[in-house]
Design a binder for this molecule. Structure first.
Ligand SMILES: Cc1ncc(COP(=O)(O)O)c(C=O)c1O
Length: 346
């Protein structure tokens, strides 16, 4: 029986075209600035995001760490959403490695209110840390793949710029946001100083993320990447499938969103499953199984026995993510499995 793997869009495997691109990639030593395929990917990424420059790094976590370190000093404060990936899932690297103080604010469906940010920015006071950076996440993972609109980003940036503070976007899934909003990604990047996005999630590339921003920022990020052990030699083998991802894999994200909607609507119709439908805006679905008197791990274990994989998301929350390789039939199979569990027919 085929497994329906809804744990994450990171489980997507490279396409045949990506594998062929790896075989034919022109390579060189990228630490010496001599890998033409890496340079081509970085140029393409900068162009697509409407910024001066870009840098290939190993992962989204490394992209966030390098980006934060390139625009802050130890002991400074960063403002983030309280369930942001940087704060929640990156092993505390922002404090342990970058020496930063996180100031978390609760957002609405993952989106920070500019008034809350304004109130949180530190005044010039000898006792207080300096607010160095504001971070937003688009799409917001733990909020259920919710989008931050260009208008919302602009409003946050207005507050940031009043105090000359940088605005950074963890855009791991920026293309999901762009596709859902039907806007060019540049509309989402116009009002941020810097950002990162991932190649290895819905875009299906095997490895890699890009840090994007001004020349100066990217050159600082390059030195920090090296310090963190992220200087890669013939990294064209990573960049080549990344180019295919950017050129060929963006438009199909719409299918993932359609499947996510089908899955969310189906879950909403199952008794005692609780789901906030308006938060299902892209390819991530988070729902609550507390009504079944089960914890997330108990529920996902039962689901697993029916050939469907989902992620326990803490307490009674469960996450499912649609991606390339998940078809309508798979969604229906997952719904059938949830229905059986809800009806207590284990
Ligand atoms: C919003 C967000 N940022 C950053 C990351 C980190 O990416 P990686 O797993 O490549 O380190 C993820 C991963 O799921 C994410 O969802």
């Amino acid at each position: 029986m085929k497994q329906v793997d809804l744990r994450s869009d990171t489980v997507t495997l490279p396409t045949q075209e990506m594998l062929e691109a790896i075989v034919h990639a022109q390579l060189g030593d990228d630490v010496l600035g001599e890998d033409p395929t890496v340079m081509a990917l970085e140029d393409l990424a900068a162009e697509k995001m409407g910024k001066e420059s870009a840098l290939l790094v190993t992962s989204g976590t490394q992209a966030n760490l390098v980006s934060l370190m390139a625009q802050t000093h130890r002991g400074e404060e960063v403002i983030l959403e309280s369930e942001s990936h940087i704060y929640y899932y990156e092993v505390g690297g922002l404090s342990a490695v970058a020496g930063l103080v996180p100031r978390t604010l609760k957002g609405h469906r993952g989106v920070l209110d500019p008034r809350d940010i304004e109130a949180a920015i530190r005044p010039p006071d000898i006792h207080q840390p300096h607010t160095a950076l504001i971070c937003i996440e688009n799409t917001h993972n733990r909020a259920g793949g919710t989008v931050v609109t260009p208008k919302q980003i602009e409003s946050i940036n207005e507050v940031a710029k009043e105090d000359k503070i940088g605005l950074y976007m963890d855009g791991a899934r920026i293309f999901n946001a762009a596709v859902a909003l039907e806007v060019d990604p540049k509309q989402l990047t116009r009002h941020v100083d810097s950002l990162m996005f991932c190649l290895s999630k819905g875009l299906s590339a095997p490895i890699g993320s890009l840090v994007v921003g001004s020349h100066d920022f990217v050159e600082r990020a390059r030195r920090i990447r090296k310090m963190l052990g992220g200087g890669m030699r013939q990294a064209g083998v990573i960049a080549a499938p990344g180019i295919v991802a950017l050129e060929k894999m963006v438009d199909r994200l719409r299918e993932d969103h359609d499947n996510a909607k089908r899955l969310a609507d189906g879950l909403a119709r199952i008794d005692r499953i609780s789901i906030d439908l308006p938060s299902v805006q892209t390819n991530i679905i988070i729902f609550d199984v507390g009504g079944l008197s089960m914890t997330g791990p108990e529920f996902t274990a039962q689901l697993g026995r029916r050939g469907v994989k989902a992620l326990d998301y803490g307490g009674t929350l469960v996450r499912m993510v649609t991606h390339r390789g998940i078809e309508k039939d798979d969604v229906d199979r997952a719904l059938e499995a949830v229905k059986q569990i809800a009806e207590g027919s284990d």
